[in-house]
Design a protein around this ligand. Structure first.
Ligand code: URA
Length: 294
């Protein structure tokens, strides 16, 4: 099948070009054209989610911010400019190089606002070409619970905020049952900050490309505990292929940037909408999370 034409050609800032030069890439490439990219130095290959924990552990930068924040919202791009057709996939090498740029930009962000600005300019994977807005997160800093979902949905993309639709309403209800709320002691975010089209799950390379933003969020937010929603999130954060049934129902410890954060994995609220029988198990997981309260 002939790929559709790239609806929004990638453009590189002077800083990005300088970083590409550092990586040994002097000639930017067209999306999907791996031949135009010279071999990069080691350490810039795209990582599978299996590497997530090592990378999370490896991030050494720490600049905690205690200032409360309710919303981390990206500037809006005009909806009229949103391309409707599928974007051509980027090559793995392109994504690996852009991921290195992303890591540098994320690490340089001294607060959540500058992290949002960096993400708003991000072109590390193909999701950037169809996003309306980057969805960084919503809630308070130093949250009792950092909820991590898989990626923004259509309404989230339009509003620039996470969990705005039906699964978000159920999540809000679930959190209320343990006395928590996104306006009080919770921060909501996702593995990927741009909406995967058609409500599909994020791909491994998209998760890897976006990982630096999550790591930096963890450093800046300093959550007390993490609720990992759904299989993809739990497996990615815990660096495992084990099924969710084996991962839920117990407390894991996530090592990240000098912090050890207790993590509970559970069913995604979107899954619970279609599988109400699993709500009982999700309830148990929330109770477990509540026992971790500071
Ligand atoms: N909206 C989000 O922000 N994340 C999810 O995982 C689902 C919907």
């Amino acid at each position: 099948m002939t790929p559709s034409p790239d609806p929004k050609p990638l453009q590189y800032s002077a800083l990005q070009l300088a970083w590409l030069h550092e990586l040994g890439i002097d000639k930017p490439w067209l999306p999907g054209d791996a031949r135009a990219v010279p071999a990069t130095s080691s350490g810039t290959q795209a990582e599978a989610p299996g590497k997530a924990e090592a990378r999370l552990n490896g991030a050494a930068v720490s600049n905690p911010s205690a200032a409360p924040v309710t919303t981390t919202r990206a500037p809006t791009r005009g909806a009229a400019s949103k391309p409707q057709q599928a974007a051509a996939p980027m090559s793995a090498v392109s994504i690996a190089a852009m991921t290195a740029l992303t890591a540098a930009a994320a690490a340089a962000a001294s607060d959540l606002e500058s992290l949002t600005l960096a993400a708003s300019a991000c072109q590390a994977c193909g999701l950037c070409r169809q996003r309306d807005q980057v969805v960084m997160g919503q809630g308070v800093t130093q949250p009792a619970i950092l909820v991590i979902g898989d990626g923004p949905g259509e309404q989230d993309d339009r509003k620039g905020l996470p969990f705005m639709a039906e699964s978000g309403a159920l999540l809000d209800q679930m959190l209320l049952t343990i006395g928590s709320a996104r306006t009080r002691d919770v921060y909501l975010t996702n593995l990927v900050k741009c909406r995967p089209p058609g409500n599909r799950l994020a791909l491994r390379e998209e998760i890897a490309a976006c990982q630096s933003y999550l790591v930096r969020q963890l450093e800046l937010l300093r959550p007390f505990s993490i609720l990992a929603l759904g299989r993809v999130v739990a497996q990615s954060l815990l660096n495992t292929d084990e099924p969710l049934q084996n991962l839920r129902g117990r407390v894991h410890q996530l090592e990240v940037a000098g912090q050890t954060i207790p993590l509970v994995a559970s069913y995604h609220s979107g899954h619970l909408l279609n599988h109400p029988a699993d709500k009982a198990a999700a309830w148990q997981d929330l109770q477990l999370l509540r026992t971790l309260r500071r």
